[in-house]
Design a protein around this ligand. Structure first.
Ligand code: ADP
Ligand code: MG
Length: 251
């Protein structure tokens, strides 16, 4: 047996639940959902956040952390951003591009899961890049027994079609699906205005084959500035986060 897989198992032993934040397409708000959900849950629980968007890590920016990861004898030590323990390649490489592919990328993901010393966590939230590539596949295979997925999509037909394929892949790997989040579903400051047009929530859930657990508003504040200021999120956004949290507790 690969020694690293034994280490992965050991590391997961101190973690209750792994939430994989996934989508079919990029730019739909996975990182925003992962970061705000991590912050929201960290009010009550111990939360870790792993940025697996290896080519475009954005969580250090969203959570306002410019520090550096440190390797210690007992593994990689997450940094602490707000109440959240964070690991991102953005904390290693700053702005440099990472030429990663194939076997090297798969190895790196296994290393991250085997080397990071999260300590005791109730939730490990994993921010995935879009689609059905190595990151999603390796992450779901390594964490299968503890993993459930939160699917994120805008309410556009394009994005919903892609997230449906993503849900098939995850289900095929045996991952539980906590639900579908429709992001940027309406304008936070004028609720009737829907940037992607009107839709029937029930129908969207049926078409994708995954229940819609929350609709999050488009917040001008998030769109125009980083880091995310949790204190400035609208009530609708905070309620949406609470609904996602509830859906994950039920699993
Ligand atoms: N609910 C939202 N309100 C306003 N802007 C948002 C919202 N969700 C995402 N964005 C913006 O959309 C862009 C893509 O979001 P991001 O989380 O990086 O997507 P992904 O991780 O899926 O690629 C970012 O500029 C982000 O600030
Ligand atoms: Mg992202």
């Amino acid at each position: 047996m690969d020694f690293r897989l034994q280490m992965v198992k050991k590391r997961l032993g101190t973690i209750d639940k792994v939430l994989l934040v996934a989508s079919g397409k990029g730019g739909v708000g996975k990182s925003v959902v992962a970061a705000t959900l991590a912050n929201h849950i960290s009010g009550e629980k111990k939360v870790g956040l792993l940025d697996l968007d290896l080519h475009g890590p954005t969580l250090p920016l969203l959570l306002n952390h410019g520090g550096r990861l440190k390797g210690r004898e007992d593994g990689i030590e997450p940094v602490v951003a707000g109440g959240v323990r964070l690991v991102s390649l953005g904390l290693l490489t700053s702005d440099k591009a990472m030429p990663l592919k194939g076997e090297v990328k798969r190895d790196l993901i296994i290393e991250l899961f085997s080397e990071i010393n999260w300590g005791r966590l109730n939730y490990l939230i994993v921010d995935l890049p879009p689609g059905t590539g190595d990151e999603a596949l390796v992450a779901v295979r390594l964490t299968a027994e503890k993993a459930s997925a939160i699917l994120v999509s805008t309410p556009s037909p394009h994005s919903l079609g892609a997230v449906r394929r993503m849900s098939w892949l995850l289900a095929g790997e045996g991952a539980k699906i906590a639900g579908l989040v429709l992001n940027m579903a309406y304008m936070a400051d004028s609720i009737g205005v829907k940037p992607f047009g009107s839709y029937d929530v029930e129908k969207v859930g049926e078409e994708v084959g995954v229940k819609v657990v929350a609709e999050l508003p488009l917040e001008p504040e998030i769109a125009s500035s980083t880091p995310i200021n949790m204190g400035k999120l609208s009530e609708g956004f905070r309620k949406g986060l609470e609904r996602i949290y509830e859906a994950t507790r039920a699993l």
